[in-house]
Design a protein. Structure first.
Length: 427
């Protein structure tokens, strides 16, 4: 009995020790805050689209090499991976930041606003970090600096993954987390767990949001091709109208959500975002094309919805005398936070940010290709506050007015640094 008590006490002490916060890590994070902000502004002024992050990658690689890390470049085209070994062998933890920008012309009134322009899908567009990936890069560069100066406190290895093309590679190209995994980013050394964060313009600075289990949606892109019979607009009975069929298909697809999906379990969305058909007001065209997206947070619901879409689309078209087919392209899987890992590491986040500032949130129907890493190893992905105290309503991500309060970045450095140390040392 006495021995059992001693074992329990020892395990309790080890658990408490695993969640201990190193004040030196926090203070060093604060000391380099100005550098983190400077890096962020540089990346913000010089954004690069997916699979084209050439200069971004060079800056990241130089910083990691200057810190003495083992650096591999050109991973998944433009990705950078850095490896930091602690004072003793142990497990391997990966920390990930995405590095690509978006084809969005910035309107935010900041002195480091992006004025970069490029051609995207044959259209001249502005380029900006309208989703905050510039902050993710800067935060993880800061974490690399903090941890490289605290190697003696690390029992294991930290792998820094700077990932390109999170927003999706250009048509006809591979990229993003999928390609990194394909090229072995989670191997040599083999990763045991992975952490990632996303800045959020609507979450107040100092706050962190998280959710165990499904936290962001699986994203499918679908294309529906409808075939009818062209005829004069004055005599629709002599043809088959693909526009009418398209309308019926759109209406039918929504019943999968409203009448067949158990929405009390998880949310799901079917959206048709584009429809193309016809050339003239008085001609019923021969064909129509619809493009849209499916968002799901539960694997069984995802399977059911896709199955029903495959059944429903051709059946509706046939009922109106036409034909239709549907194809799917998976963009992301469900961003699934491993419940055991969340439970283990949540005390670290609460200790740094303050328990009152760490909020359990509902899932979102946005997508993240961090999900592909989580299909291979346990992962924990959370949201970092970037909303200014004086901002009443923040602009959404992926919009021209997107804005982040930089005072929130240092918390990201503190949390990611301490998560790495505590995860490895608890093993």
């Amino acid at each position: 009995m006495k021995n059992n008590f001693l074992i329990i006490l020892l395990l309790l002490c080890c658990s408490i020790q695993a969640q201990k916060i190193d004040p030196n890590v926090n203070s060093l994070s604060e000391k380099i805050e100005s550098k983190v902000i400077e890096w962020r502004r540089d990346f913000h002024q010089n954004p690069e689209l997916s699979n084209r992050e050439f200069e971004t990658a060079k800056k990241i690689a130089k910083h990691l090499k200057d810190l003495g890390l083992e650096v591999t470049e050109n991973v998944a085209k433009t990705g950078v991976v850095g490896i930091l070994k602690g004072k003793k062998d142990g497990k391997v933890v990966a920390l990930r930041a995405d590095i690509d920008a978006l084809p969005v012309t910035e309107r935010a009134d900041v002195p480091f606003r992006s004025t970069v322009k490029t051609t995207f899908l044959d259209t001249e567009v502005g380029v900006s970090h309208a989703c905050g990936h510039d902050t993710h890069i800067a935060i993880l560069m800061g974490v690399a600096e903090v941890l490289s100066k605290n190697k003696d406190k690390i029992f294991g290895t930290v792998k820094f993954i700077f990932q390109p093309a999170e927003e999706g590679p250009p048509p006809g190209e591979e990229g993003g987390a999928k390609l990194m995994i394909k090229e072995g980013v989670l191997k040599n050394p083999d990763v045991d767990a992975i952490f990632g964060l996303h800045i959020n313009s609507g979450t107040p600075v100092g706050m962190i949001r998280y959710k165990p289990g499904g936290t962001m949606a699986a994203v499918e892109r679908f294309v529906i091709d409808v075939k009818g019979k062209q005829t004069h607009g004055s005599a629709p009975w002599t043809g088959v109208d693909p526009i009418l069929i398209s309308a019926k298909i759109i209406d039918g697809l929504q019943t999968i959500i409203s009448r067949e999906s158990p929405l009390v379990d998880e949310a799901a969305v079917i959206t048709v975002g584009k429809i193309t058909s016809g050339v003239r007001f008085n001609i019923i065209p021969e064909s129509a094309e619809m493009i849209g997206t499916v968002r799901t947070l539960d694997p069984k619901m995802r399977e059911m919805i896709i199955r029903r879409m495959n059944e429903m689309v051709p059946a509706i078209a046939k009922a109106y005398g036409g034909e239709a087919s549907i194809t799917f392209q998976n963009n992301t899987s469900i961003t699934y936070n491993d419940p055991k890992l969340v439970k283990q590491m949540l005390p670290t986040i609460q200790e740094i940010a303050g328990k009152e500032n760490v909020v359990l949130s509902k899932a979102t129907t946005g997508g993240e290709d961090f999900s592909y890493f989580q299909e291979v190893v346990p992962g924990f992905y959370f949201f970092l506050g970037g909303k200014s105290p004086d901002t009443e309503k923040a602009a959404s991500h992926h919009t021209p007015d997107f804005y982040i309060d930089e005072s929130g970045l240092v918390l990201g450095v503190k949390v990611m640094s301490q998560l790495a140390i505590n995860y490895l040392n608890a093993q």
